[in-house]
Design a protein around this ligand. Sequence first.
Ligand SMILES: [Zn+2]
Ligand SMILES: [Zn+2]
Length: 156
Amino acid sequence: MGIEDNSIEFRMESDRYTGNPADYIDDAAGYEALLQNLAEGDGGGGGRRGAPPAAKSAIEALETFQVTSSEGETIMVCAVCKDGMVMGETGKKLPCGHCYHGDCIVPWLGTRNSCPVCRFQLQTDDAEYEEERKKRTSTLSDSATASSSSSSASRH
Ligand SMILES: [Zn+2]
Ligand SMILES: [Zn+2]
């Protein structure tokens, strides 16, 4: 009996948030995914079937936090399940700053290594993939970085 009451309350609450962050995130993710696909199709190497899962250690190293109530503030939306993060739930924060339910992002990272929203790539256990990624990111950072490149980190 009391349980039903709770779920109704939750539904009402999530109503308040419709039309904002979820749509935006969805859009951005779709766009990024498209770019990613294009880039991968273009680069064409062998028959690698997409990204490997994130390294177990990388998943374990994610910052865990408890979702706290924040009335009147922007609620965090988990981009995996598209649901708001409810007080008392356990969330995980990726190094890129995006937050998800622990129960959503951990299985996600078990099949691929990238943030669902911004495609930030976590470390993997796949040495070959890591090599490729290093090459790719160094090409990317030529155009993207310049602002805050670490001063002395690139000596050989
Ligand atoms: Zn979720
Ligand atoms: Zn992210």
